[in-house]
Design a binder for this molecule. Structure first.
Ligand code: SF4
Ligand code: SF4
Length: 171
């Protein structure tokens, strides 16, 4: 598995190849089979991976909280919603939700844990979304997450092998 420190650089190096593989899947992969392969690899690789040693997703994105997340998050932190907004959050008018003020996310602790624990937002729990169905119709979103997430990167590399994708030779 690639290290969290190297994934961005390596994904950049493979950018053209990964675009070609996405196009290859669009024209060759069968929808249900592709979902099954993504799901299987996601389950297998995440079961062996300790995300607390990585946290690229918390370092490279801001946390996003929907309005309905605020009460439970403030309760978890033991502060009022107003205090939480003042200390950690900015309102995003366009999306009508809240983002943490900083990147890395304000809720990321030094030990790699999230201050919100089990009440962290669903979009954090679900990241990198590689087990979502109908993947054939959102392959280009995968190209984003493989620049951040070592596990998603590895899933794409394994899929290349499983589908017999021929890489162009480098001269
Ligand atoms: S989900 Fe991916 S990017 Fe986030 S901590 Fe786990 S391996 Fe790292
Ligand atoms: S809210 Fe927690 S899980 Fe989500 S990005 Fe911030 S630190 Fe990571």
């Amino acid at each position: 598995m690639i290290s969290p420190e190297k994934v961005s650089e390596e994904a950049k190096r493979l950018e053209n190849e990964n675009y070609r593989f996405s196009s290859f899947l669009k024209s060759h992969a069968e929808e249900e089979e592709l979902d099954e392969r993504f799901f299987r690899l996601h389950k297998e690789l995440f079961s062996q991976y300790d995300c607390s040693k990585c946290r690229n997703c918390c370092k490279m994105y801001q946390g996003t909280l929907e309005n309905q997340d605020l009460v439970i998050a403030a309760e978890k932190l033991g502060i009022s919603i107003l205090q939480m907004k003042d200390s950690f959050l900015s309102y995003n008018e366009y999306h009508n939700n809240y983002e943490t003020k900083h990147k890395p996310c304000d809720f990321l602790m030094e030990n790699g844990e999230c201050k919100l624990g089990e009440v962290r937002p669903d979009n954090c729990k679900d990241y990198p979304y590689t087990n979502r169905p109908e993947r054939l119709y959102s392959l280009y979103a995968v190209l984003d997450v493989i620049t951040v997430c070592p596990v998603a990167f590895e899933i794409y590399e394994r899929l290349k092998k499983e589908y017999g994708f021929r890489k162009k030779k480098r001269y």
